[in-house]
Ligand binder design. Sequence first.
Ligand code: C2E
Ligand code: MG
Ligand code: MG
Length: 346
Amino acid sequence: MARVGGDTFGLLGLEVDLAPETVLAVVNEPLTVEHRQAGVQITLGILRLGDADGSGSDALKDANIALQVAKRQRQSPYCYFSGNMLHDIRERVRLLDELRTAFECEHLHVVYQPQINLVSRKTVGVEALLRWRTEEGEYVSPECFIPLAEHSGLIVGIGEWVLRMACREAVRLREAGHPLRMAVNLSVAQLRSPAFFAMLDAALADSKVDPGLLELEITESMAMRPDDDIAGQIAQIKRRGIAVAIDDFGTGFSSLSYLEELDVDRLKIDKAFVGKLTTQTIDSSIAATVTQLARNMKLEVIAEGVETEAQMELLKGLGVDEGQGWLFARAMAAADLKDWLRARDE
Ligand code: C2E
Ligand code: MG
Ligand code: MG
């Protein structure tokens, strides 16, 4: 056994002795520290030496790759190394390099998707969404590149750029007679960056946007990390007059008592729950539960991924305030948004 990093240990031995169940059982035994019981949680990356080629330090690297995969997956506390992992890592590194270049060469752009009041059918806001078109003209999904950007820290720079673009667009829209709320997605890496509030204040000052038009979206899974003092950070955002929405609500296993501590304005029902709505299941749906919760907590609620008239009627029946989805409009470039608003006579 060796200590190979600050909180990383290496074990070398026979496979029968080092079965993951055996190792986990040993570690799960609580420790007594100064008369208190303390639990330790570990994650294991396992390399069968039969699968290794190269030196001892290569074997350590491979075990470390399996460890990182295990940490990311979180389905199981351990993971065995496989050759495919190297392939996946090379792919991710390649994509990240391309993303970095695309960002530097200004090949990223921001599109805007309308948010509609379900009763008046008026456009009340837009959400800024990032798009990446590669040199070959293909679009890479944000679901694929945002996690990479978050993992590498690149999201801090990209997120600032999106925020500045969105602030500028909010000002332009207001000047054109559309004082729409501008929602911008925020990533946990941005909030953790020590310069976050200085960056936010500079973006506000440079664009001269009315902070009352701005809304920052924080995903539920990110809002539910009590160690990060998200509650304090949300309070600081709100102090600037900016609204806060919890994105993808219903997917992040909220602790309701913790949610009460967060001073947010809006819950966004995740599109997965909107897609599942039917007349038969509406009353017992997650969408109904979230809407009721929002009402009790005096929060606004918006549904994302509204694709059909039927879904819209069901959501309206539940008392959902606003909707966003392909039924109303896809995300559009700023110029197209202006035409779209004009065509709707807004
Ligand atoms: P999100 O913030 O929950 O954004 C809503 C997603 O739903 C968008 O996907 C949007 O295009 C999609 N959508 C809208 N209407 C419909 C519909 O009717 N049906 C379906 N099936 N989908 C619909 P998109 O643009 O692919 O973005 C995916 C996620 O990537 C976003 O989810 C957000 O978490 C992240 N993202 C996008 N732009 C940014 C950004 O600038 N910064 C950060 N941190 N994350 C971003
Ligand atoms: Mg969002
Ligand atoms: Mg969402």
